[in-house]
Design a protein. Structure first.
Length: 299
């Protein structure tokens, strides 16, 4: 598989996250609580992952390997928890801009742990993504911005935990089959969520039956695809480029809001989407060019 194939896989992982907000809004409109929606997402996600494992080639893992993968899934669960807390005191648009800080946190993690200093290309891409996120989230044209230090803290924690999840998914147990690895990462995520949001919806038959359609959709796009696609692609593209590629989430959020929910999207938001996609495209093209030159030199 070529390098750009892995980049596309990570890009699609980010896109799958972008689908979530549409189903979350639909579930809230149907009257379900945050704990039921969040719990349903992670529960159905981990169940679907383990069902997929049943139909794949098995690989025996040691207890240490299993523990490392489950612990690596903790940031997966924390991201949703922290982001929900941020939304308690921040507008949705401002919260997503703060969450978007994962694009430079991921580069920082790669610099600190892998000694890969961000290149000029990567810094330009990050700047484009941050500018695009502000426009796409429509922060500048919503009137007075209400800041909450508590909300900003929760938002930065969400950005940090998401960056940690992306980083670990490409670092821990690279040789583990992606589907099995995804199942164990999701297990760590669901255990974390259930500690904070006890799954009381499981004991209310009406709520449980009602949440199934939303839980399945959220489980597929939020619990199955991201860890699976990141497990496949991240070891090859690295967490620095990986976090840039996962910023495809916000353009998909905007597109789904317009096409599915019928929300009005301003021209500035579409410009933001174009800038984000341009930043992703620029970073990927430059990355492929550098690797092609490196291979040529090696040969």
């Amino acid at each position: 598989m070529k390098l750009w194939h892995y980049a596309l896989i990570v890009f699609l992982g980010g896109c799958s996250y972008g689908v979530l907000s549409t189903f979350v809004k639909m579930a809230y409109a149907a009257g379900f609580t945050v704990s039921a929606v969040t719990g349903g997402q992670y529960l159905f996600g981990v169940v679907l992952c383990w069902l997929a494992v049943l139909f794949t080639k098995k690989k025996k893992l040691t207890r240490v390997q299993v523990s490392k993968l489950i612990l690596s899934g903790v940031p997966f669960g924390l991201t949703g928890i922290f982001y929900y807390q941020a939304l308690q005191t921040l507008s949705a648009s401002l919260a997503i801009v703060i969450l978007f800080q994962f694009v430079w946190i991921g580069a920082l993690l790669e610099w600190v742990f892998h000694k890969k200093k961000p290149t000029k290309t990567k810094l330009i891409s990050i700047a484009l993504l941050l500018v695009g996120s502000v426009l796409a989230a429509n922060v500048l044209f919503q009137g007075p911005i209400v800041l909450s230090w508590e909300g900003i803290l929760w938002g930065m924690l969400a950005a940090s935990s998401f960056s940690a999840f992306v980083f670990l998914s490409g670092l821990v147990e690279k040789e583990t089959p992606p589907i099995l690895k995804s199942a164990l990462l999701s297990t760590g995520g669901v255990l974390t969520v259930f500690i904070v949001f006890p799954p009381t919806f499981l004991f209310d038959l009406d709520v449980f039956v009602g949440i199934i359609p939303y839980g399945l959709a959220l489980g597929i796009f939020g619990g199955v695809l991201p860890p699976l696609l990141y497990s496949i692609g991240m070891p090859h593209v690295g967490s620095g480029l990986g976090t840039i590629l996962t910023s495809s989430e916000l353009p998909v959020v905007i597109a789904m809001s317009s096409l599915v929910l019928g929300e009005t999207i301003s021209w500035s938001q579409w410009i933001g989407v174009i800038i984000i996609l341009g930043g992703i495209f620029y970073s990927n093209i430059r990355f492929r060019t550098r690797n092609r030159k490196a291979l040529t030199t090696t040969v």
